[in-house]
Design a protein around this ligand. Structure first.
Ligand code: UPG
Length: 499
């Protein structure tokens, strides 16, 4: 029953715009949710591998405060990987104020620039880089030869998810970004990838203030810090949740934005913030509106505590770690009555971020949906897990979760045009298979550990109300034993067999 997205017509305004491409002019003020003016697709092979051209990331934005430079290879590790807890990180060489440390790349690789020439790269700050998406993007940046500093408060992320080779700073964005971005003793930051946010739809309905504080205030402080520090390139982790219940599927960027949850509203607010910042101050900004990210990339996969996302929960039921999976709502206006989502492999998503860094143009806020264009229902996901794992998955019915739209399927045409991006792993079984492999590795203890390390003295843990990493704390839409109660819930879950 997969809901296939028909190709959407080209967005209004599509066409060549070389002046904008060269960064020579600012865009008019497009509203978030309205497709940004389109320039021709960037030249690309069509099959960008993980190691993208370094040269493209070296191109400095016109008007950038900094001159181009060759970046020296990353400094040596300051501690062994076996000593992951930040409290054990020695101060001294490579350890910056605030408990910063660089994790050793166990492969000991120093990647040369494409073509084997000079090692040259950019330095990126990845907020929320200890979380699911942020860590995979950080790994891709490192693989492409870039220098990476991860800022994460570990409220929901894991210190050992920070990829080896990245510098790690424990702290909240609103407390720490300004210092990092204006630190003249450290290598200058060329751009920021901003993942740190609270990201649970259900939790946001129950605790909206937390979402406005973490997502909007955190982003506002980050943008101010970037301006003060002369860092003028930002890739922001936005979401399909800004659209709410779509009027048409697949969803294009010019669709009406009407979020049905505070989570979506806060992400939309940040999109508006970035539009204004690009217009007023020349920020080169790209918002990537993710649909449902899934799957694993090697040792990096989805793990939340408590878990609230469908695929890891269904895998948990297949493993017998959970008694069943609760299906939230069977009365949706979809072919089988369960919610339909567009599942996108996390490695495809990560590639889009590197392409977005290249596509960012000063004075423009580009907004792109990222999905694979295929919709799958909750019951189809459960079936895929049964196929991939060969295991039974007990299912129970439950009320629809507050804030959950019935159907979210992306048109990613604009991402293809502007970023030269196309998802490569579009099959549900393929995506589930990587998640299953990760789940098995986790169970066997062969993934990076489960170390949500205690920050060292001198760091700023966000004990009170931290941002997270795109993975989310998830208290209200947690494990299926406690499905989120929508309005009018009777409390009676119905045991059910295979769909
Ligand atoms: O135990 C569960 C968990 C989820 N679902 C359903 O499965 C679907 C997917 O849910 P989930 O994996 O929690 O993802 P979403 O709620 O769709 O939200 C994700 O996808 C959004 C974009 O679409 C992002 O913005 C969010 O951060 C991210 O959590 C939804 O229809 C849920 O109602 C169940 O039926 N049972």
């Amino acid at each position: 029953m997969a809901v296939r997205g028909a190709p959407a017509p080209a967005p209004a305004g599509a066409g060549p715009d070389r002046a904008r491409r060269a960064g020579a002019c600012r865009t008019p003020l497009p509203l978030p949710g309205v497709a940004a003016p389109v320039r021709p697709a960037l030249p690309h092979s069509g099959e960008p591998g993980p190691a993208l051209s370094h040269a493209v990331h070296l191109r400095l934005a016109p008007g950038s405060a900094r001159a181009p430079r060759a970046i020296r290879p990353a400094p040596p590790a300051v501690h062994d990987q076996t000593h992951r807890r930040q409290a054990e990180v020695p101060r001294g060489d490579g350890v910056r104020d605030g408990g910063v440390h660089r994790r050793r790349d166990p492969r000991g690789r120093r990647r040369a620039a494409a073509g084997g020439g000079l090692v040259s790269a950019s330095h990126f700050l990845v907020t929320g880089g200890a979380g699911y998406v942020g860590s995979v993007v950080a790994a891709h940046l490192l693989e492409a030869g870039h220098r990476v500093t991860v800022l994460d408060d570990l409220s929901t992320g894991f210190a050992d998810a920070v990829p080896p080779g990245a510098e790690f700073v424990a702290g909240r964005v609103q407390d720490t970004a300004a210092r990092l971005l204006s630190d003249r003793t450290a290598p200058p930051v060329d751009g920021v990838l901003h993942f740190a946010a609270s990201s649970q739809v259900g939790e946001s309905v129950a605790d909206p203030e937390k979402y406005w504080r973490n997502n909007v205030v955190g982003s506002l402080e980050l943008v101010s810090a970037m301006r003060a520090g002369g860092v003028r390139k930002l890739v922001f982790s936005s979401t399909a949740a800004v659209y709410g219940e779509p009027e048409r599927t697949p969803i294009r960027e010019d669709a009406r934005t009407a979020p049905t949850s505070p989570y979506g509203a806060t992400k939309l607010a940040v999109d508006h913030l970035l539009t204004g910042e690009a217009a007023a101050h020349g920020l080169a900004a790209v918002s990537l509106r993710y649909f449902n990210v899934a799957g694993a990339y090697g040792s990096w996969g989805e793990r939340h505590e408590p878990e609230s996302h469908l695929i890891p929960l269904v895998l948990g039921a297949a493993l017998g770690e959970r008694p069943h999976i609760a299906v939230y709502g069977e009365d949706c206006p979809t072919p089988d009555g369960t919610c339909v989502r567009d599942y996108l492999h996390v490695a495809d998503l990560a590639r889009a971020h590197l392409l977005a860094l290249d596509a960012a143009v000063p004075g423009e806020h580009l907004i792109c949906n990222l999905g694979n264009g295929n919709g799958f229902s909750v019951l189809e996901v459960i079936e895929a897990v049964r196929r991939v794992t060969g295991r039974e998955v007990p299912v129970v019915g439950a009320p629809r979760r507050a804030g959950d739209p019935a159907q979210l399927v992306a048109s990613a045409d604009l991402a293809q045009q502007r970023l030269g991006w196309r998802p490569e792993r579009t099959g549900l079984d393929e995506i589930v298979a990587t998640a299953w492999e990760f789940a098995l590795r986790r169970r066997a203890g062969t993934t990076p550990g489960n170390d949500r390390a205690a920050p060292s003295a001198g760091t700023r843990p966000d004990a009170e109300d931290g941002t997270d990493n795109g993975s989310g704390p998830g208290t209200d839409d947690g494990p299926d034993e406690r499905p989120h109660r929508g309005p009018g819930h009777s409390g009676n879950e119905r045991e059910r067999g295979a769909p």
